[in-house]
Design a protein around this ligand. Structure first.
Ligand code: ATP
Length: 120
């Protein structure tokens, strides 16, 4: 029982370490992630400055974090595609463009939430 618990804790620690390594590598190599992070800071600052309800603040913060997650997935897709081949191929384009569109759609969700909150 204790052995299984320790193994599970070690697995969790590894998962956290690898996630941190993924974040750190993406932060170093992806300008877009750093830009979206800056947008998130500005958006969060505004959410805490304006007179919003806790639910509205929560929605803005959660959508901001989801945007960072989408950007990380976009980075993952780009890395995998380039790892498989850097040859030009319509499938590579579709994969990269779909991942990029996922970021755009998530950003639109955040923009819509802000619009609805501000327009009431
Ligand atoms: N191997 C490939 N085959 C076909 N099209 C590709 C390939 N690699 C990239 N593209 C396309 O070329 C365009 C630019 O892609 P690229 O990966 O250079 O973008 P990027 O400017 O580096 O993107 P980001 O700023 O998100 O990192 C996109 O439409 C992408 O789908």
């Amino acid at each position: 029982m204790i052995g299984r618990l320790l193994a599970e804790l070690a697995r969790l620690r590894n998962t956290a370490t690898w996630s941190w390594e993924g974040w750190a590598a993406s932060w170093r190599n992806e300008k877009s992630l750093r830009q979206w992070f800056a947008v998130n800071i500005a958006s969060a600052a505004l959410a805490f400055t304006l007179d919003l309800t806790p639910g509205e603040r929560g929605l803005i913060l959660a959508l901001g974090v989801l945007l960072l997650a989408a950007e990380l997935m976009n980075t993952a897709v780009e890395e995998v595609v380039d790892y498989i081949s850097t040859d030009h191929d319509p499938r590579a384009k579709r994969a990269k463009d779909a991942a990029s569109a996922a970021v755009a759609v998530t950003a639109i969700a955040g923009g819509l939430a802000w619009l609805m909150i501000l327009l009431g």
